[in-house]
Design a protein around this ligand. Sequence first.
Ligand code: AMP
Length: 286
Amino acid sequence: MQIFTKINDIKAAITLLKAKKYRIGFVPTMGALHNGHLSLIYKAKAENDITVCSIFVNPVQFNNTEDFEKYPIQNDTDIDLLKNSKCDLVFLPSVKEMYPEPPTEKFNFGTLENVMEGAFRPGHFNGVAIVVKKLFEIITPDKAYFGEKDFQQLMIIKSLIKKLNLRIEIVACPIIRESDGLAMSSRNVRLTEHQRKIAPEIHALLKKCADHSMEFSLEHVKSEVIKSIEAIPEFKLDYFEIADEENLQPISNWSDSDTPRAFVAIFLDKVRLIDNMKIFCNFAKS
Ligand code: AMP
């Protein structure tokens, strides 16, 4: 496995690989890797000749200084995990390498970014778009792999691809969970023992919501889930929404969408966790 820290060096390596007609699969990450990230690496390996993983904690996508400062960094462990996963190339740039000047580009994702993460983390998706555009320019992948864990981000990236007319296939990968249901996240290591014990309730509530979609009105299901979240003193709810998974607009009735998905963001003290779950309601629009 080759490790690069300089843009020009990885670009040169990729030019050589492309000359051999190798297909490049790319997995962008912020490191502190877990099995969720590795599932993306395995998928990229299965579908491409060369797999590239980037590790870069992107300062411009953080709207909260403490979240950025406390973001876990474990490059040595990450490199071992990537070696074991037979990843081919790793790109580990510094902030100065990625942003010699502070980036100023502004994107407009319209209604996709006005809700949920976009509404609660102003500037977040602009920062994500800035870094992903730059990484795509450097790596020039054939396919790029993103987790449904960050479902809204996935839709923003698909929109970015269209906006920039890039010929990169975006591959959506399912959420990988701990055995107790908690969605794997780099931020989970920041939870106290007690917080870690109660955090799987987020998944349990999403599941309850999905399971009861057939029996009750959307309004009822939503208010019951919100009540349950508010009943847990350690949870501070940012949002719980049921939205159409294509346009991400919140819906008020099950019949408003063929593809509803529940989305949640919760603080446990200073640690913010997000999760989401597809709702299969085959009676929608009937
Ligand atoms: P991050 O390092 O958090 O920026 O995540 C890098 C990529 O891994 C993103 O596409 C995430 O959606 C994806 N990812 C993170 N956690 C999971 C998970 N539990 N299951 C699947 N994909 C994930």
